[in-house]
Design a protein around this ligand. Structure first.
Ligand code: AVI
Length: 318
């Protein structure tokens, strides 16, 4: 979870950064709005639904991989590490890693305090003897971690192929920031989605039940609700495109007819066929993933993939 949500009807409480990103994103060409704004309350619910879809292989593939690599992990990481998760750790993946690594402490980092507190409470209940230290912060910048874990070597955990939502440039910066935050002797366990046939990739982002379409279109609903918009949602359709040159799935909201609308009092127009680019999900082949990690200051140590080579979990050291 990346941002706090907002109560229905409280347009005046809109995040100023949301307003700035939407207004700038609609004015520029090509139009683009950062994917972080998908995750209001409804968007988070829809993303949860996406992770259960038959077409969306990443979540179940990575979860199965983590279960199978668990036996190997303690001897690779050693004992007594503090696990630092980049993200609130609300998924089923966190307990799998905590159970096998048996960390000295667990530090989930997230910008949304509400999500962080909720997931930390759940984890504390499941692991009553574990020191859980929720840390509300923007992990895209180097951080000073809580002093309580200053002496312990760290194991960073960044599952879900969330790194793929960043351009390689920004992904490298993030990996470097993580390395700086985790310090000497750190390790990183990271999930990365692999390049594969568009026949598999595109349906994963354009499912038959239309959940991903609702997830994408919810951004327009959020704009109307929070930024006093009158975007005609029925004038847009969800589109998932494989961009082979950049090895990424792109999500777009494509206008099905010419449309004019307002956001925050400002007029905008879009012609039929034009789109608002809303998300990138980069995919990495085995070598690409290793180069990305090395570019971010990490040395890959071990890699696990499923039998079909769809998804990889990589352990790297600083
Ligand atoms: C959160 N992130 C890793 C997801 C992905 O696969 O890029 C977001 C998502 N967008 C549509 N479906 C899933």
């Amino acid at each position: 979870m990346l941002k706090p949500e907002i109560e229905d009807g409280q347009a005046s409480l809109a995040d100023p950064q949301f307003r700035a990103d939407v207004l700038a994103g609609l004015a520029r060409r090509p139009r683009a709005i950062p994917a972080r704004w998908f995750y209001d309350h409804r968007g988070s619910e829809l993303f949860e639904e996406i992770t259960q879809l038959p077409e969306y292989y990443p979540t179940r593939t990575e979860t199965a991989l983590l279960r199978s690599l668990c036996g190997d992990l303690p001897q690779l990481t050693g004992e007594g590490r503090a696990v630092v998760e980049f993200g609130s750790g609300s998924s089923v993946k966190t307990p799998i890693v905590l159970e096998c690594v048996k960390p000295s402490a667990y530090v989930p980092i997230d910008i949304s305090g509400e999500f962080l507190r909720e997931s930390s409470r759940t984890l504390s209940a499941a692991f009553p003897d574990l020191l859980v230290l929720p840390f509300e912060a923007d992990f895209t910048r180097p951080l000073t971690l809580p002093r309580t874990i200053a002496g312990a070597p760290k194991l960073g955990f960044f599952p879900g192929s969330t790194i793929g939502n960043l351009t390689p440039w920004a992904a490298t910066d993030l990996l470097r920031a993580m390395r700086a935050s985790l310090g000497e002797g750190a390790m990183l366990l990271i999930g990365m989605d692999r390049i594969k046939a568009p026949e598999v990739l595109v349906p994963a982002y354009d499912d038959a039940a239309g959940v991903t379409a609702r997830f994408n279109l919810n951004l327009l609903e959020r704009i109307n609700r929070e930024l006093d918009g009158d975007v005609p949602i029925d004038a847009f359709r969800h589109e998932a495109r494989w961009n082979d040159d950049r090895a990424r799935i792109e999500m777009h909201l494509t206008a099905t007819r010419d449309a004019a609308f307002h956001v925050d009092g400002r007029p905008f127009a879009i012609a039929a066929g034009e789109s608002i680019h809303t998300e990138n999900s980069h995919k990495y082949g085995p070598r690409d993933a290793r180069i990305l990690l090395r570019g971010g200051g990490w040395t890959p140590l071990r890699e696990w993939t499923d039998d079909d080579g769809r998804f990889a979990v990589i352990l790297a050291e600083a």
